[in-house]
Design a protein around this ligand. Sequence first.
Ligand code: PMP
Length: 420
Amino acid sequence: QLRSPLRVFEKLESEVRSYCRSFPTVFTHARDYKLWDAEGREYIDFFAGAGALNYGHNNPKIKEKLIEYLMNDGVTHSLDMATAAKENFLKRFYHVILKPRGLHYKVMFPGPTGTNSVESALKLARKVTGRDTVISFTNAFHGMTLGSLAVTGNKFKRKGAGIPLNNSISMPFDNYLGDEADTVNYIERFLEDNGSGVSLPAAIILETVQAEGGINAASFQWLQRIEEICRRWNILLIVDDVQMGCGRTGPFFSFEPAGIQPDIVCLSKSIGGYGLPMALTLIKPEFDVWEPGEHNGTFRGNNLGFVAAAQALSYWENESFSEEIKAKGERVRVFLEKLVRQHPEMEGEVRGRGLIQGIAVGKDGLAEKICAAAFERGLIMETSGANSEVVKLLPPLTIDEAGLNKGLQILEDSIKWCKK
Ligand code: PMP
């Protein structure tokens, strides 16, 4: 039996509230991979702010820098004026992330959240190409504002707009039609049939692993072929790395192992380091065509975000960080494979890459039941997928062995309990 959410939420907050229904308690404290509620219960966090807390809650190294900055009356709000905090972040982002990877991008601050980055990418692609449609994919998730929602492949979310959304052509993602179907060939055929040039799309937008859409990982070869199509037809390639970036799949950018170089990259969530709102849009220099003021906003410069983000990048100065993430991911994967074998009644399939892993289960409502049972036992997890059919594990990347083991044990206990 779940505890009911506190009455104040029911009375005051709009009906649209969602996560507080899945996790019906009031949280008060958080550290590393743990959260505590008002009743003093402890929870292991395998949700990590939907990917915004890759470095854990209240990461001590980052907290220290934030406190120091506040104690020295550092500038907090500055629109997009130049500040020392911003300059420091940009320098570090260049030296720690872009330069070692041989990547040439201009950095744009599109606003505070992931959807702001996606909106800016879509808008820029229109301006650069003079075209207005965008190819997106089945089960994609890119955000909740009008443009990003138009490229989000989720009926329920789109219903929120009330009327049909324009300018998006949805194509089957890798493996959406099974192993055999050549979805890239399908896109190519579509482009050839519409190839007068007038109706060519401005961009193709994709996630390398569809996180909200059910943990669907595109193969590297599929990504390479999509890039080829973009080059051949002069279509911009936008990679939305809002959730898969900042190391979630192992490397800093999720597209690195595929060897592709998107024209525009969207980053948010963990780029802010401490769960602070921050977003970046990385733009190939030749597409940095906006004139000053053509795209601005009040919260483009969150200096606390810059301070936290600059410090978070020190994890990436350590070459073993990415390997550690992959090793942890492998450990989770082996555990999940074992659970699936031991519980054939789940009709489970393990999915994931790096430290986004999950089990797609065959029975309706079972993934939600497992997550609810886990919450009661002190583990926070969410489902993903169009029908909430996937139990999604998204621990902070910095989680230690003990935390990982404890969370996995609770997951196993919850699955056993659901079997009864
Ligand atoms: N893109 C992806 C891939 C995401 O996972 C999300 C958030 N779940 C967004 C965009 C939107 O980000 P935000 O909620 O910060 O607007």
